[in-house]
Ligand binder design. Sequence first.
Ligand code: F6P
Length: 631
Amino acid sequence: MDAVRFDPIRLQPGHLSRPRSHERWRCEYIESTSYPEKGSCVLVEEEARTWIVESRADSEVETVMASTALICDTEPWKDLKEHINVIEKTHLRDLMNDVDRCQSMMVEFDGIILDYSRQRARLDTTEKLFKLAEAADLRKKIDSMYNGEHINSTENRSVLHIALRAPRDKVICSDGKNVVPDVWDVLDKIKDFSDRVRSGSWVGATGKALKDVVAIGIGGSFLGPLFVHTALQTDPESADCANGRQLRFLANVDPVDVARNLKGLNPETTLVVVVSKTFTTAETMLNARTMREWISSALGAQAVAKHMVAVSTNLTLVEKFGIDPANAFAFWDWVGGRYSVCSAVGVLPLSLQYGFPIVEKFLKGASNIDNHFYSTSFERNLPVLLGLLSVWNVTFLGYPARAILPYAQALEKFAPHIQQVSMESNGKGVSIDGVPLPFEAGEIDFGEPGTNGQHSFYQLIHQGRVIPCDFIGSIKSQQPIYLKGEVVSNHDELMSNFFAQPDALAYGKNPEQLLHENVPDHLIPHKTFSGNRPSLSLLLPSFDAYNIGQLLAIYEHRIAVEGFIWGINSFDQWGVELGKVLATQVRKQLHLSRTEGGPVQGFNFSTTTLLTKYLEVEPGNPSDSNELPRL
Ligand SMILES: O=P(O)(O)OC[C@H]1O[C@](O)(CO)[C@@H](O)[C@@H]1O
């Protein structure tokens, strides 16, 4: 039996490494505190200052040992802290003159070019970042993820979205079981089902083909599929396959979202896909009940079986809801919601719209990056480089935000998706062991396609706050336009901005240049650009299904790298719970006040006043009859 000494303040869920099955551990603690229940480790005995804990797990897989050491206590971290002073004395204007440096900061993989020469970094900065990666055990953490270890320790789960896009013959295990065959069983089922719907052999209750799909889901059960759908809509090959079909997404519990999504739809030709990992999310379930009512009031209750299918890990609740389990598409608890677009969450709606072969290309693109991330040296590894540079910007240089600027209208929904992947993953205040972080982790992600953003928030980026920018562009347009007599094609016009903006940010414009241009003195401060503003550029061959899959995986892994370096758990999301609990209290109050006229009670002054006003303006009880949108 190992004797382990724990500091009680650091005892939090996630702290204890799970002993092997039925192994016992003696854990000495310094002060009396209650035993932190964690996963399958149970307290079997308590002596003076000692707990005896035993693992009741069946599996022999050990939870990755969470070390109580923080990354900021390591030498490479301290070295980087010192290094800030060196970088503060540089300007990108000068750094960009060093051609060898710039050449070393360009990496190409499978036609994707990453140029990070406009980062506030020298070659020794990246060397130091690689040392930090070593100190953070990055290699080991990536391996642990790929080996299916329970790296999501606060939920005691593997993190295996890579298995969702793995080829059939790959072996990826979670808890000793190869999960790839299960993944392909569901993919085959989706292919079969979507083929039948698209060919018209699966029809609605009145015998009509189902050409319109409404996917209900929120957060990770919505944003990824919406991003991919928006990107594929204008890809010529994908668009051809979607001819005559519509895919819509109903996410918000706001009835206006229902109204907008139902507008112009006929229940006879509509298939509803309810997407929810848990099948308990309040917004999704109310929207699902609303759509069930919309179908059954028009076509009869028996029509639900033909018009509603589900994607979930909770097949028991799917059946309880009234959806035939034969029409449910499973996924697994080792798929995090925000990492689930490659599961049935995205694959089912996208296959219904574009056909399975297009979606398979998207999966292959993501899988290609999974292999690259796993097997390429850190120096040439796109997600690793991007992740390390983000840590450098956020934690060392102190830039809290990141702008995601695709010069591609097709990527309109990329930033909203990455907002969730990044901010829900890395928006954490404690280490994976529960130790409060003495440094900033996570970043604020936002963005808009260029050139729209240029006419919106770029002013702040050029002359206000420093926001590291990701410029994302493609060599080929999805929909080229060229007008005879124009200087350049429309895509070249767009890309002129893609190439110009990073230099404008890096070089800026100084007062001497302005004087030389005869700018009046009083305008010189207003027209001066300090420059030295970091960005990076990602140039892809195109935005077809394959490249979209690659882009998605690059960002997913980049965000994991950041979390691995910061030493946090990027795969849980406890922070979203409190608001949900409080909403339950408010919901109860609204019901009570509407049905029994009860006064608002149990809230603070502010909430009581607002709730009272809210109830005054729209008084009355929930009605006995259904009300659906009238748009
Ligand atoms: O798929 P579900 O279970 O409905 O959850 C939806 C979303 O809700 C969250 O749990 C919190 O917002 C996300 O992580 C998740 O993607």
